[in-house]
Design a protein around this ligand. Sequence first.
Ligand SMILES: [Zn+2]
Length: 414
Amino acid sequence: MDPVTRALAHLDTAAMETFLQHLVRTPSVYLPGVPGANEAAAADLVYEQLRAWGWTPRREEVAPGRPNVVADLRGALGGPDDPPGPLLLLEGHTDVVTPGDPAAWSDDPFSGRIVGRRLYGRGACDMKGGLAAMLFAARALQLAGAPFRGTLRLLVPVDEEGMMLGIKAMVARGEADGAAGCIVCEPEGGELCVVQKGSLRLRLISHGRIAHGAMPRQGVNALTGMVRWLHQVLDLEEALNREHPPHPLLGPNYLSPTVIRAPHPGDASQINCLPGCCDAFLDIRTVPGVEHAALVARIAALGEAVRAEHPAFRFSVETVDDRPAVAIDPAHPLARAVAAAHTRVYGAPPPLGGVPGSTDGTILARDRGIPVVVYGPGDKWLPHQPDEYVDLDEVARAARVYIIAVLEFLGGGT
Ligand SMILES: [Zn+2]
């Protein structure tokens, strides 16, 4: 029996479904300041499962109650005098977003109920289905005797839905150093995603001076300044899309104000007072080729242009988070390995896709230059909605794709 067939035979889909159901029934929404509202229980489930399989996982707390889990499976091929072989990463986060209003759900948001072949619950699609698939794929490879060269490393971070503290901590600890590639197991519905949008979050600040509403010329209305500045910023989206046209797999650039506050939180608001400070947040999504630093400078320059006409205004920009767009050549060995694996499981090559948001893979690419593809079970447009579900047969197919892709990439497939 060839190694691929042998490893596929070791995939225990029934155990995988039970584990996934347990994982979905273990809420892992992070809520700051709320005791127990974190990823600990879900991460421990992963950790204990790996230990039960005889692995020696590492559990590393990023913040209290927020542990990352990392585990290695060393390939059995190659002699003691051979070079160590490549490092391949499989990645899946434990946190899920809030279910929102439970009344919007047909059932308990954490029921894990299986109806037909669909498993329902917050996180079923994003991304506990993908996480279960990668874990059980790795288990099948272990049972098959790890017939590959190099190392398969499982990265199971916290906080992907937040500031990505989990993956950033892993990078800082060197867990991704020297990796030859990473498969991010996020739900992409069978698409092989070779490009991810960039994301830039900015805080714009308009500084004014409080005064009586009846005597506005005695002060500087920070809100008025912000409105004039934002007016210019909104026009920038169109200009940006002329300069960097919509990407075939990603669509256009977006530049969306999402929050505006005046007066500044903490300052009392009164209808007869000019606000002394106003801030606004921009959620900017970019296609490859858009230079974020240049874009920030351009937004600041728009503020200066407003100031040229109204010198009393003062503006500043803070970068809250900066994640570049990330792309891999579809001819890269990692993309080809996943494409070949998908073709073997589905009988046809995968459609190429793009990720509208960013993933933990963005951090791996940005900070360590690691080639990344995003491929995983679940409808890519379903995450964060009520009645989230994942198709269990799709989870099983994804696990098979991971098994074959790992063997293909780490040279055990033949
Ligand atoms: Zn996700």
